[in-house]
Design a binder for this molecule. Structure first.
Ligand SMILES: [Zn+2]
Length: 427
């Protein structure tokens, strides 16, 4: 189906980062033309006068089944929270829980302008992939493998990741499968190498947590004589197909290793603050080293939200605060991190509005009190909220239209998530 979006104020994120008022023509799921005025017929027309159009946001690190844990067991220290609450509940996970949490996470992401996400979780991953395909969302999904923490063998854990890749790779252009060893401290060297070798051979991304806490760095130095990113580098795990999550507690040398390797790094500012991890990811150092910086929410158990608009705001404010300098990371760099950089990290041809790009487009109503007066469109993420978003197209398919989901039953998904969450945590 061809769609013409008329008269929008467009943050294109194209090569020149142009902001124009105009039309967007979508043919066969891709953007075919962006111009001041496009004449000719299209089967579907969307009147976007008074609206902002921007590329769908890319959430570069999350665990969407954990949506069922939103608000569960608040106000606890990380260690207690994991050992007494989250891990026991996760041991009870059934496919229906993962399905319900995934659909809830997808609903929330779409409502807040996200069209693509980078997922890692530890059980029933077929349900996550099914939810992605059933909803029309775009995602990169990996099975979270961890032999040390789960006390299994590297081969057994690797089999989980490999089976997911064999079953779902190539099923849809909207779904990429990644290899997702959980972290250097939860995976043996053997498992890390098995995962990377398989990813390389099959052109898959590798998604891994690293240097989230100071304890992790101390333990790594004690046990391996290397900091976590140095350790991954020594194993040959850093390259342009690797997506690192967090990377907060790092030395300048480590940020240079990431930059030189071409690896991507997902900064997850809200989750870092929520879990009180102390370290703030030094985005400027990474950017100076040439790293591909992206943004993520992490799971809602450690954030409470999948709202990438909020994440963009936190990312910019935290860097300004950290360096006593509001120019330390620019507004444009934040847009880049949340759009084109994320798409590049996950291997999708999306993240900007221009000819040949995937038609992942978000429309927001500018006639809203929280957005008036309109001074500078690029800074709008400081005040945009999900309530402003009216339409979300993914591969040209209107998943959200005039504030309503076109095929997902929002009420039913929320109800089911509540039911499954109550059954899972039981308190
Ligand atoms: Zn995470």
């Amino acid at each position: 189906m061809d769609t013409l979006i008329r008269d929008a104020l467009i943050i294109t994120q194209n090569r020149n980062r142009e902001i124009i008022r105009g039309d967007i023509l979508i043919e066969d799921g891709k953007i075919s033309k962006v111009a001041k005025s496009i004449h000719g017929g299209a089967e579907e027309r969307i009147d976007a006068s008074g609206k902002l159009a921007f590329p769908g946001l890319v959430n570069a690190h999350t665990h969407i089944p954990m949506s069922l844990f939103r608000g569960y067991a608040e106000g606890m220290r990380l260690h207690d929270w994991l050992e007494k609450k989250i891990w026991p509940a996760e041991r009870r996970l059934k496919p229906a829980h993962v399905r319900a949490g995934s659909l809830l996470g997808i609903l929330e992401m779409v409502r807040s302008g996200t069209t693509c996400f980078n997922e890692m979780y530890i059980a029933h991953m077929d349900e996550v992939c099914g939810a992605v395909l059933g909803s029309g969302m775009r995602a990169s999904v990996g099975f979270g493998m961890f032999d040390l923490a789960r006390k299994t063998s590297p081969e057994e854990e690797f089999k989980n990741g490999k089976s997911l890749a064999e079953k779902w790779s190539g099923k849809s252009p909207l779904l990429n499968i990644s290899m997702a060893p959980h972290a250097p401290y939860t995976c043996s060297e053997e498992l890390l190498l098995l995962a990377k070798e398989y990813a390389r051979r099959n052109c898959l991304r590798l998604h891994i947590h690293v240097s989230e806490t100071r304890k992790e760095v101390f333990d790594s130095l004690q046990q391996k004589g290397k900091r976590p990113i140095e350790y991954l580098h020594s194993l040959g795990m850093l390259d342009s197909e690797t997506v690192l999550a967090h990377g907060s507690w790092v030395t300048k040398r480590e940020s240079v290793l990431v930059g030189k390797s071409g690896a991507s790094l997902s900064h997850n500012p809200v989750a870092n603050l929520k879990l009180a991890t102390g370290g703030i990811c030094p985005l400027r150092e990474y950017l100076e080293a040439g790293a591909n910086i992206c943004l993520g929410t992490d799971g809602t158990a450690s954030n409470n939200s999948h709202n990438m608009l909020e994440t963009m705001k936190f990312a910019q404010l935290l860097q300004s605060h950290l360096y006593w300098d509001p120019l330390r990371i620019s507004i444009q760099q934040v847009w880049d991190a949340a759009t084109i950089n994320g798409a590049k990290a996950l291997g999708f041809n999306s993240g900007s509005i221009g000819p040949g790009k995937e038609a992942d487009i978000v429309l927001a109503d500018l006639r809203s009190c929280n957005l008036a007066p309109l001074h500078g469109p690029p800074s709008l993420f400081f005040s945009l909220h999900p309530g402003n978003i009216t339409d979300v197209l993914i591969a040209g398919n209107p998943v959200l239209s005039e504030g309503k989901f076109t095929s997902l039953d929002e009420g039913k998904i929320i109800e089911e998530a509540q039911r499954q969450a109550e059954g899972l945590v039981g308190d």
